[in-house]
Every structure is written in C-alpha cells, then in structure tokens.
Design a protein around this ligand. Structure first.
Ligand SMILES: O=C(O)CCC(=O)C(=O)O
Ligand SMILES: [Fe+2]
Length: 368
C-alpha cells in the first residue's frame, strides 16, 4: 500500500481488466455491524416452506448483496459433525511433514495441475502487490461422482472440460498418511453443494427471476472446495504480510466456513476495513466478480483478505461456485433500470475466470 495523503492510502488489486486501485480510509479496523454484514436465517429454505418465506430470505439477500456483498447464514442445515470432522482431518493433513504432503502437490495432477491438490506454503500470491500469501491449501473441483444431484450422463464436451483425474488424485496420495481426509471432506463437499443449489434459487428470486431461473445453469456447476491452512503471522509479519492478500473472488459466489481464530477482513465501498468475526454455527457467503458483472455492478464483489493474528493456526474452508462450464450469462434485464446501459459484454463464467487468472499472473511477470 503506498501513501496517498495523510488520511487515506491506496490499495492495489488485480481485476479481470488489469490492475485497479481502491482508496482506503485511515479509520481503524473494527468489527462489522449487523447492518454491514447481516445474519440471514435460512430455516425457511426447507422443501416444506412456502414461497413467501423464501421471498423473505431473498429480500434480505438482496439488501446484503447491494450493501457489502457479504452475509452470514444460520440454520443452513449443515450438520456440525460434518464440519468438525473435515476440520480435524484437515489439521491432520496440514500438520504433517512437507515430504508427506508432497505426493498430493498440485503439480503432480495429470489433469488439473495448479487446480486440485496441495499448494505448499507461500506458493500463492492472490495479490501480487502484497507478496506471497502465508497459507497453504488443499483444493478439489467439481466431480460428478461426488455430486448427489448429478444429472448423468454429462455431455461429452463437459466430461472433457472438467478433466476429472482418472486415478482419483489428490486423495489417492493422501490415503496412506491421512486415510480419513477423503471420507471427512466429501460429505461436507456434498452438503455445501446442495446448500449452494438452494441458495442459487434464492439469488434468482432476489434478482427478480423465477425461483428456478438459474437451475439449468447449475446442473454440473464449476465449483471448487479449498481448505486453507494459515499459520499465525509473527510480530514482524503482522505489520508487513498477509495470510491471504486483498482480493475479490472470481466466480459467482462463495460459501465459507472459518474456524474460531478470526482474521477475515472485508472492505466496504467507502474504504473501511471491517472484521467479519467467526460466529458460531454460521457460514459466510460473499458474492464474486461474475455475479457483479451479470448484475451490472449492482451486487458487489467485495474485497477481502485474512490476517491471522490469533497466535495459533487457522483453517478456513471456502466453496467457490460458478455456472456450468459451458454456460454463459449476460447482464440480467432485471438489473437494468429504464434506459440504463449494459456495462459488460457477455462472457462465460469459465472464460471470465481464465481472464481473471491471466491478469493476476501477468502482474507477477511484470514484477520480475
Ligand atoms: O480464509 C478466509 O476466511 C478467506 C479465504 C478466501 O478469501 C479465499 O480463499 O478466497
Ligand atoms: Fe476469497
């Protein structure tokens, strides 16, 4: 961050259109208020609910989406035992000696290099202006055999595009040392995938579409689950480093579980950093770049980062959602006021993400 004037600083970020900046207020970091990051109760998402109840949820989502693009969900239906089991198996995986994690390194994936598998510490730079993220992670992408609601068979072109690793990588490589990793993570993956599909129906309502308006774009969604492991930042690092740099997520939306360490921070449109502290029994949901595009920038893809200053290790489990790889969605008519121009051209979610990643990596090359 470079100094601008005495009361503000400039934050540099990657975007799908090249580097951008944001002005940051010098007001101290503080906890978000319930209006800034609301808690939305999803009890009424159950199949026996009536449309009016789901509309009520949609109205709250719309307010959150147009305010800071972040909200907590409670009564989401995900069993806490699924979470605790995935959490402890993840700790068992990350706490191993690096040589034992190496076989699952993403570089050994035959089909999904750099996408699935283990990413060692300090190998990711989500914001090149802020240096390497002090995290390691373990990632999976969509696999129809883990999707309880998969509509099979998948179209051939999708089978090719999804590129499932035939040997079951990366779990084949964790089976020996952490055999319970797969059996703990997959049930959570399945539950969050189902929750995501339900939320997408609320998003459709919140955007003035029919409840099933996005269903056919979500039959084999381009999703990925990551487990992030953040060692604590030491005293020197706290001033200079990030656990994960300031960024926006790339696709449609993210459902994130965080442990009770804290450290997630969210930037308001006004340039104020807010803490999004862990709240028992909740997930955090945030909108991402592609959602912002198709809503003509009405729903915000909000900048966030993590600084793990808890003194202990921190785990988070984000689940990123995009439309089916072959689906494209232009600006939604329901997001345009009378006479309002569309701000973005139509592009598929997948092409958008590729462009976003290209720009992010370009910044790294420019640094050298
Ligand atoms: O760990 C967190 O709380 C946030 C992680 C995140 O923003 C990401 O993985 O994109
Ligand atoms: Fe993120």
């Amino acid at each position: 961050m470079a100094a601008d004037d005495s009361s503000t600083t400039i934050l540099h970020l990657a975007s799908g259109n090249g580097p951008i900046t944001r002005t940051i207020l010098s007001t101290p970091l503080r906890n978000a208020s319930p209006t800034e990051i609301p808690i939305i109760d999803l009890s009424a998402l159950s199949s026996s609910s009536i449309l009016a109840d789901r509309q009520h949820i949609a109205t709250q989502i719309r307010t959150a989406a147009t305010t800071n693009g972040f909200f907590y969900i409670t009564n989401h239906g995900i069993d806490s035992t699924l979470i605790s089991s995935a959490h402890s198996a993840s700790l068992d995986f990350f706490r191993q000696d690096p040589t034992l994690k190496e076989p699952a390194n993403t570089i050994h994936s035959t089909a999904n290099k750099y996408i699935v598998g283990w990413k060692p510490p300090k190998t990711q730079k989500i914001n090149h202006f802020e240096g390497a993220d002090k995290r390691e992670s373990f990632s999976l992408r969509y696999n129809p055999s883990w999707d309880p609601d998969a509509v099979l068979p998948l179209p051939d072109k999708i089978k090719q595009a999804i590129k499932v690793d035939e040997d079951g990588f990366p779990f084949t490589k964790t089976d020996v040392t952490v055999p319970h990793l797969k059996e703990s993570i997959i049930p959570l993956y399945q539950a969050v995938l189902r929750l995501g599909r339900n939320l997408v129906r609320c998003f459709a309502l919140a955007l003035g579409l029919k409840e099933n308006g996005f269903d056919n774009k979500f039959t084999y969604p381009d999703v990925s689950l990551a487990v992030n492991y953040y060692p604590p930042l030491d005293e020197v690092e706290v001033a200079r480093n990030v656990s994960i740099g300031s960024h926006t997520d790339f696709q449609l939306f993210t459902i994130l579980w965080q442990d009770d360490s804290g450290g997630l921070e969210v930037l308001t449109r006004q340039g104020q950093w807010l803490r999004a502290p862990p709240l028992k029994g909740t997930f955090v949901v945030n909108f991402a770049d592609y959602m912002q595009r198709i809503t003509n920038d009405k729903w915000v893809s909000t900048v966030h980062r993590v600084r793990n200053v808890s003194g202990g290790e921190r785990i988070s489990i984000p689940f990123f959602f995009g439309f089916n790889l072959d689906e494209s969605c232009g600006t939604l008519d329901t997001c345009l006021e009378e006479g309002e121009e569309k701000k973005h051209e139509e592009i598929s979610c997948w092409e958008w993400v590729e462009r976003r990643i290209k720009h992010m990596n370009q910044m790294s090359k420019d640094e050298k």
